[in-house]
Write a protein that binds this ligand. Structure first.
Ligand code: ZN
Length: 142
């Protein structure tokens, strides 16, 4: 482990202890919840959309709440900041590599489900909002 990795570890701990955008939105465009039963992680994402001047749906605000391990909660905190200003299409194009890059540390296969939970919740929420998916709850089991 080099110094770079230590820096990222510090960043993960900082997001875990001082989560950004923690809470719930008063008037979210969509809300979705998910869990990672393997670890006991739970995430709720509230997303407020706005339409930009080109008619694209853009993420105006994100709030998350939840409970779980440092990786899952830090990932949700970082993602909530990262998503602000992105279009819904950009959100849907994200994959697990984007989350791993964002966290900046090697994620073991066991912990990858912790890392991607928030991203899955946000993406499934967006697809349900667009009527492309029917789901009560996202789980990393599928
Ligand atoms: Zn976890």
């Amino acid at each position: 482990m080099g110094l770079g990795s230590d820096m990222y570890r510090q960043q993960i701990l900082d997001h875990y202890k001082n989560p950004r955008n923690y809470g719930e939105l008063e008037d979210p465009t969509f809300t979705h919840v998910g869990e990672n039963p393997m670890c006991g992680d739970e995430i709720r994402m509230d997303v407020k959309l706005d339409t930009d001047e080109d008619g694209r749906e853009r993420i105006e605000r994100v709030a998350f709440s939840g409970d779980g391990c440092a990786i899952s909660q830090a990932s949700a905190s970082m993602l909530s900041s990262d998503l602000t200003g992105k279009t819904v299409d950009e959100l849907l194009e994200m994959d697990r590599d984007d989350v791993v890059d964002m966290l900046g540390v090697d994620i073991s296969p066991m912990r990858i489900k912790c890392a991607v939970l928030a991203e899955k919740v946000a993406q499934d929420g967006a697809e349900i909002y667009r009527g492309k998916l029917e789901k009560n709850k996202t789980t990393t089991e599928d």
